[in-house]
Design a protein around this ligand. Sequence first.
Ligand code: FPP
Length: 264
Amino acid sequence: MTWTEFKTGKARAENAMSLKEKIDIERLPQHVAIIMDGNGRWAKKQGKHRIFGHQSGVQSVREAAESAAELGISYLTLYAFSTENWNRPKIEVNALMSLLLQTINDEIVTLNKNNIRLNAIGDLQSLPKRNRDRLLKAIEETSGNDRMTLTLALSYSSRWEIIEAARKLAVEIANGQCKPEEVDQECIEKLLTTYNMPDPELLIRTSGEYRISNFMLWQIAYAELYFTPKFWPDFRKEDLYEAILNFQCRERRFGKISEQLNKK
Ligand code: FPP
């Protein structure tokens, strides 16, 4: 490590620490969701292959998970692979699947050491068998952990999830388990892949894009949205702290007016 690298690292750590101290632990979002974006552009900017960007993004996954767990966030959900990502060049899809497998293998010990439960949402049947098997095994191996639930959205899209829910609901109605006029919010929530989780209160997207890209459309109805220009491989603990500090400055009205909230 050069002296400049040491100084930069030290300054970064000090900045992260001072941001962390400003966070009000009593008002943390219970569930943070992240659209990790910009791996490809980050790599290309350096004249490297897009896959290098994905590989570098793993360190950001570690930092996000570590900082969220340290703060006391109960749920962290990461959009790792969308239904639409299957349409990318085969070489990139294969590299992402290998990276996923490798990361699960590498991180399982750390997840258990840190009492983090791994979870996955999405069309897991569409994953290559060895990925699915390893993922399900890792989910099983961490199922007793209760400090934080780390959910990977894999082969996930909101429209896929809503269609699945609609199909299941149609079956319930056809079987007479439920009447059409009885269908309410709770009925639908129970059929979503996130049925056992609170809705995300904070949604972060990296890379300067202002889109939701088919991610948790039902669940983010009242989420606070936070966009950062940073590409995902540059995302560090201090970026999560900044997003949470920004979240804590917002007034969440849920359709009410300010005065109603202050009355309590
Ligand atoms: C978006 O960047 C990122 C992805 C499609 C994949 C995310 C994967 C990782 C961070 C690595 C592995 C993660 C886990 C959980 C093991 P992009 O490729 O869309 O970037 P671009 O918008 O610049 O093209």
